[in-house]
Design a protein around this ligand. Structure first.
Ligand code: AMP
Ligand code: MN
Ligand code: MN
Ligand code: MN
Length: 286
C-alpha cells in the first residue's frame, strides 16, 4: 500500500445514471486499468448507480466508496457538494435527492421552449434521447444534442453560447440548500466535500462565507485536486483547506472519453501537508 496521501484515489466521476456516457461497469474497468486504487462514482443528485458501481468495483478488486454530487444553490450560484462513504439506502438522503430531481423535468422543458424561441427546434426531445436516466436530464444532454445537430462544434461552445447565465437556453433554477445537502450526507454516515471550488463565480467574501458556513454545518472536505483545476488553483485551495481545517479530496470529474481532458486516475497528487478525505473514511471503504 502506498503512503495515504500518495494513494491514486479518484473520488468524482459520472455514469449514464446522470450525465456521463459510460456505465458503472465500464467506469470500474477503466478506473482499474488506469491504476486507480480507491474509487467513487458520484452521479449528480442520484444514487441509483451505487449498487452496480460497488459490485463492479468488487469484481475488479478495486476499493470503493459510495458517492453522489448534490446540486446546491448558495448566494444565487450553483455549488456542487460531493458526498462520500454514506449509506445509499438512507431514507432522508434518497427523499432529498428525489426532490431535487423532480425540478429537472420542468426546467428542461422550459430550456427546450427557450431554445425553440430562437429557432432551435426539438431540443428537449433531443436531449431526452441522450439522458440514460430520464429523471436526470441535465444541461450536458442538451449540449450533446446541439453538437450532434451541428449547432455547435463541441460542448464547451454550447455552454458558452446557449446554456450559461444570460444566454438564451439558460433557465435559472433553485437547487437544495447547503444545509440540506450537508445534513443528508452526514445523516447517512457520509462525509461532505465542496466540489471543484475554483469553478464558482464568487467574490472573495462569498467564497469565505461558503467555506465558513459549510464547515459550521459539519462539512469536512474540499476538492483540492480535480480535473478542472489549474496548478495555481490547486495551490490556492490547498491553502484554503489548511486554513478552514478541511480534509482534501481528489477526483477527475470524468464524464466521457470523448469530452474529458482528464481521464480517471490521471490527476496530480494531493499537495503535501493535507489530510486526505480517505484517511477519515477508512471504515467506509468497501
Ligand atoms: P445541470 O446540473 O443540468 O445544470 O448541468 C451541469 C453539468 O453541465 C455539469 O455537471 C457539467 O457536467 C456540465 N457543464 C457545466 N458547465 C460546463 C461547461 N462550461 N462546459 C462543459 N460542460 C459543462
Ligand atoms: Mn456533470
Ligand atoms: Mn460539478
Ligand atoms: Mn461532477
Amino acid at each position: 500500500m502506498p503512503r495515504m496521501s500518495a494513494l491514486n484515489a479518484d473520488l468524482h466521476c459520472h455514469s449514464i445514471l446522470s450525465d456521463g456516457t459510460l456505465t458503472p461497469e465500464e467506469l470500474a474497468a477503466r478506473a482499474k486499468a488506469n491504476g486507480v486504487q480507491l474509487w467513487a462514482l458520484t452521479d449528480h443528485d442520484e444514487t441509483g448507480g451505487q449498487q452496480r458501481a460497488l459490485a463492479a468495483a468488487q469484481q475488479q478488486k478495486l476499493p470503493y466508496l459510495t458517492g453522489v454530487e448534490i446540486s446546491v444553490t448558495f448566494a444565487d450560484e450553483t455549488v456542487h457538494v460531493v458526498g462520500l462513504g454514506f449509506d445509499p439506502e438512507d431514507e432522508a438522503l434518497t427523499q432529498g435527492l428525489a426532490g431535487i430531481c423532480g425540478g429537472r423535468g420542468p426546467r428542461a422543458r422550459e430550456m427546450g421552449e427557450q431554445l425553440a424561441a430562437i429557432g432551435i427546434a426539438g431540443a428537449y426531445e433531443g436531449a431526452l434521447k441522450y439522458a440514460g436516466n430520464p429523471r436526470l436530464i441535465s444541461r450536458t444532454h442538451f449540449a450533446r444534442f446541439l453538437v450532434e445537430t451541428g449547432v455547435c462544434r463541441d460542448t464547451s461552445e454550447v455552454f458558452a453560447r446557449y446554456l450559461t447565465e444570460g444566454k438564451p437556453g439558460f433557465v435559472p433554477h433553485r437547487w437544495a440548500r447547503l444545509s440540506e445537502a450537508v445534513r443528508w450526507i452526514t445523516g447517512a454516515g457520509g462525509l461532505a466535500v465542496i466540489a471543484h471550488p475554483a469553478r464558482y463565480k464568487f467574490t472573495q467574501i462569498e467564497e469565505y462565507a461558503l467555506m465558513t458556513e459549510f464547515k459550521a454545518l459539519g462539512g469536512q472536505g474540499l476538492e483540492v485536486v480535480t480535473g478542472s483545476h489549474h496548478p495555481h488553483e490547486v495551490r490556492k485551495y490547498a491553502e484554503a483547506a489548511a486554513e478552514f481545517g478541511l480534509a482534501a479530496s481528489r477526483g477527475s470529474d470524468f464524464h466521457s472519453p470523448q469530452e474529458n481532458h482528464i481521464d480517471l486516475g490521471a490527476l496530480p497528487p494531493l499537495p503535501a501537508g493535507l489530510t486526505p478525505v480517505w484517511e477519515l473514511l477508512q471504515e467506509r471503504v468497501r
